[in-house]
Design a protein around this ligand. Sequence first.
Ligand code: PGA
Length: 251
Amino acid sequence: MSDKSKIYLFANWKMYLDYDESNILANAIAAQAKSIPTSVKMAIFPSALALYPVGQVLHDVGISLGAQNVYWQDKGGDTGEVSARMYKEAGCKYALVGHSERRHLFHESNSEVRKKLEAILDEHLTPVICVGETEKERAENKTEEAIEIQVRAAFHNIVWPKDRELIVAYEPVWAIGTGKNCDPIEAERMHQLIKKQVIALTGITPVILYGGSVKPENVAEYLKNPNINGVLVGNASTNLESWMNIVAAVR
Ligand code: PGA
């Protein structure tokens, strides 16, 4: 059984909040930081432009900062990109990699995900590797196969730094932003499978988060499972009340 002494509550703000909205929400969360149980590891992934001021506010109350995406080069003529190194300099501890919106809307391949993952590790950030099957793959009974391909591409022959946690987010594509959350028992089954595969590939026991339409009403159903170490939340993390209700559900 995984160590469940820590519960991971990770908030992916995506492109939902502009600069002012991000700062307002970060300050409001910081003002309520005393009500966050000590067992919770919280990280916020704001938009790139809001990241620096949001990070300053969160740092003072012990909430971590993360990047939603990185580029694998450190510096160069890569118009529009932001490198893992630059996110590190801006105060990030974590970086998402292979989020399904990156894979599907921006056509990121498994090999690009791997290059990003290695750049994140090189910069001493902790990656959060997202994997998930599409609705079509699930309908065709190819869920396990789809996940195994993504997990293998991410971890095959990787040298994992000893000082770094290995965090995977299981996020079924059909459950993201749709309101259709995955059945918690099914999510637990997938977490067991991912755990087994990651251990076989790396020898490391991963932390595995569930993501996909998590909200205050369903979060406890996920967290009670032995292999669900926390949640990665999109929509419901962008509103103070629903985010603090998710936090409250941990107790
Ligand atoms: P959602 O997004 O909570 O809005 O479904 C989750 C995610 O994409 O990480």
